[in-house]
Ligand binder design. Structure first.
Ligand SMILES: [Zn+2]
Length: 456
């Protein structure tokens, strides 16, 4: 029942009130096995982009393949320890704890603590491949150094990431040995859900998701839903995601395992498979050859107004394009892979780019505030920045004018049917179907919990 307690603790405050109605969902969750823990290095969220997925969290270890369900267990964990060392410190030693300062090296630190140059040499050339980590100390890193009764350095420990610690120990023969300890990361599933009142970003924050998770959620559905213009008041979302713990201490969120976004009563569901890709419950890839919107919703959502829907549609009919009002300088990305056929300036378009894609598709981007970032003839990738929002040419204010042309006919980029990427590999079809059915139960549980919350 500890996990129920943790689950409860992970919920945003306002949800705790209705916790009793939620307990059924939790019971269901407890009966569902989940994917094993994996992780990769955290990305810097200052450069979050649309169409890109971010694995939030920490150092690397190997991706494990999805195991078939064995036991009814909500918590899973993975043992990646290379050498299991006692995490407790040898009490026969006297321990110093020191923080790496600006301009520090192991030699300087050891000198400060009264050790000889000889000790520095011996420790930094300790047997085992991990001692070289001591050459890459970062400011603020913590070293713990244990001295024996003879005044000799007998042990050193250096946690160089949230999950990994270097240990150097003095052997009986007087030499040093280095080892790496990798802590076991335990993952627990959690669910967040919300209803959009003002904008998607705020709803995400209110539901307890962090910035990276909100971006990831938008990116998972970014091929089906235009998060810049299609989001409506009353839209809702459900997210099954991982929380990660070391020795019971929360260290951050992990992957989004499944998600649902209900946009204008149209439900979209995505399930993460062990290949790291998201698929619809029937196994189609969530990725498409084109992004719905060539600008990140983040820049648009702040200008979200409740009753601003129909004018956009009308405007599309009037002038064959979609206008994304955004701040001057907002990056614009190529909606799909292709080749730049036009890149320049004219009186009406201002600074503009046309891209030719496969299958008779051309996309056009107008009114950049300065010369485009790509040249005529250049190949561009989906998601590559091609210019920045401005108001050059015939434009009353800063916005991106975006056109989608299929075989010479203008189509509404927000509703046109886009080609799918590869579906789930045939040999994993059964495995995926089983996983998908479990995830759908979780999402449906979340839906019911949300409904219960909304009930008077
Ligand atoms: Zn326009």
């Amino acid at each position: 029942m500890k996990s129920i307690q943790n689950f409860y603790l992970q919920l945003p405050k306002q949800h705790k009130v209705i916790i009793s109605s939620f307990s059924i969902v939790m019971l269901i969750l407890l009966l569902i096995p989940s994917e094993k823990a994996t992780a990769s290095r955290q990305t810097n969220d200052s450069s979050l982009q649309v169409g890109k997925r971010y694995d939030l969290i920490l150092p690397t270890y190997q991706e494990t393949t999805l195991s078939s369900p064995k036991k009814s267990e909500q918590q899973t964990s993975q043992q990646t320890t290379e050498i299991q060392l006692a995490s407790t410190f040898d009490e026969s030693l006297t321990w110093d704890k020191t923080k790496v300062r600006n301009g520090d090296s192991l030699a300087k630190i050891f000198k400060r603590l009264g050790y000889s140059a000889r000790t520095t040499h011996d420790v930094s050339s300790a047997q085992g491949k991990y001692s070289k980590l001591l050459k890459k100390l970062d400011v603020g890193d913590i070293l713990r150094i244990g001295k024996n009764s003879a005044g000799k350095l007998a042990a050193l420990s250096y946690p160089f990431s949230k999950t990994e610690t270097l240990h150097v120990t003095l052997l009986d023969n007087g030499k040093y040995q280095s080892n790496k300890e990798t802590k076991t990361v335990e993952t627990r599933e959690s669910i967040a859900h919300g209803v959009i009142k003002s904008n998607f970003w705020n709803a995400g924050i209110e539901s307890g998701l962090n910035d990276g998770q909100i971006i990831n959620l938008a990116n998972i559905f970014g091929w089906d839903i235009d998060f810049a213009l299609d989001i409506r008041e009353g839209d809702s979302f459900h997210v099954v995601f991982e929380n990660r713990y070391i020795n019971g201490d929360y260290i951050g969120t992990g992957k989004i395992l499944a998600a649902e976004f209900i946009n204008k009563d149209d439900p979209f569901q995505a399930i993460r498979f062990s290949d790291g890709e998201y698929y619809s419950p029937d196994g189609r890839s969530m990725r498409k050859a084109f992004l719905r919107a060539p600008v990140n919703f983040k820049y648009i959502s702040s200008s979200f107004k409740r009753k601003r829907f129909h004018p956009v549609q009308k405007r599309w009919k009037a002038h064959n394009g979609i206008d994304y009002a955004a701040k001057r300088g907002t990056p614009v990305v190529a909606a799909g892979n292709g080749k730049v056929t036009h890149s320049g300036y004219n009186k009406n378009n201002g600074n503009y780019v046309f891209i030719q894609h496969g299958n008779g598709i051309v996309t056009k981007y107008l009114h950049f505030y300065k010369r485009p970032s790509v040249k005529k003839g250049q190949r561009v990738k989906q998601d590559q920045v091609i210019g920045y929002v401005g108001s050059t040419g015939l434009a009353s204010g800063p916005h991106l004018h975006y056109e989608f042309v299929l075989n010479g006919v203008h189509r509404n980029p927000r509703t046109v049917k886009l080609p799918d990427a590869k579906p789930i590999n045939k040999k994993y079809k059964d495995e995926f179907a089983l996983l998908a059915s479990q995830r759908l139960i979780e999402l449906s549980g979340s839906r019911q919990a949300l409904l219960a919350m909304q009930a008077p």
